[in-house]
Design a protein around this ligand. Sequence first.
Ligand SMILES: [Cu+2]
Length: 450
Amino acid sequence: MVEVLTRREFGKASAMTVAAAAARHLHATAKPDISLEIAPFLLEPSPKHKIATVAYNGQVPGPLFRMRQGREVSVQICNRSPDPEVVHWHGLGLPSAIDGAMEEGTPAIAPGATTRFNLKPSPAGFRWYHTHTFAGKDLRKAQYGGQHGFVLVEAANDPASYDQEVFLTLHDWAGRDMSSDDGSMNPVYDITTVNGKMLGFGEPVRVRQSQRVMLHILNSSPTEVHWVALAGHRFHVVALDGNMVPTPQTVEMLRLSPAERVSAIVTMDTPGVWIFGEVRKHIQATGMGCVVEYAGAKGEPVWHQPNELEWDYHRFAASAPAQAAPAPQRMELVFTSKFQGHGNEELWRINGKSYPETEEPVLTAGQRYRLILKNDSMDDHPMHLHRHRFEVKRVAGSPEMGGLLKDVVLVPTKTTAEIEFTADNPGRTLFHCHQQNHMDRGFMMVFRYA
Ligand SMILES: [Cu+2]
């Protein structure tokens, strides 16, 4: 019997028992296709820095898993950490029982326990996996730690034309927290990394002149939005959150909010030794960067400082289709925070309520929904819908867009975003802010199916 543990005391016990039974495909003897071991790990982002964290298979990021779309793989997860764990498969349309969120009914894996299940990966694209637990005031836990890794779901006929693929993840490591002006507590990041290493201490990305390199970039930060650039080069953005964009664009820099991914092709046409890094110097100075080195090139890595931050989802979309499909059902979700008094963190609310008191809207399978995301709070929020892809229709007063499929959208303070999705994957479905300190403080809700 797999021990069922709740994320917090208010887990829904009956749903979890059912889910536990569903998730427990115990084929105890066969070797799994994918094996994850969750265990304490000492990360060395540089010879001078050590971070005691928890990681997958003794590495940060965890191993890259390549899967073929629709081809079932067996997964084994062994929890050798002192806390209950759950692994979320971000961007995949899995059943609630294995999606990896206790709020949906995925059972937690108790310390010392092992779970096995089969997973049918879909849709194709750049996905990832990460822990989906509660951190609270412990800034080493949940997404503050090292539990994140890449998944690439390959389509049967991959039209990709590039010479090399490189996977990079941006991460912030909190050393302490500090109270801000309003009295709330926020993490302070003394160390930032690309693939677990500070700038200058990881293996360089090695390229050759005239290569086309596909960069798959993930922001696995617990809370921070990042802007990145590659000195001397531009990015040809072909996919956002692993989904091909209708209008690929060549840009100077990328913005990624927590959990977002960008896939971009860089043509290596400027030989040298260059820095890929955070555009804001004070963040790059804490480590967020890596070296891109052409074969035969020598010397100190070079950085060119951009003047301003630039990013716009709208550039990658198509114009909205003239012929309107059947009208989607509209649902307004208003985000606010309630300050709980000096020294306390705010409590986050959706339509006036914090999880687990948030509404549980009931979806009809096959119906299309338009969510109107109205951010009345003072922060920006990267909103993530589990188990479904959505289409970004509007952001901050933009014209109506078409074809931009994502699973995370950043909704800046005092703006409204509109997204649409089709209810095509029955089961409990979590919708939440991906900032760890916000989801921990009630910024979550669950959609149910009729
Ligand atoms: Cu948030």
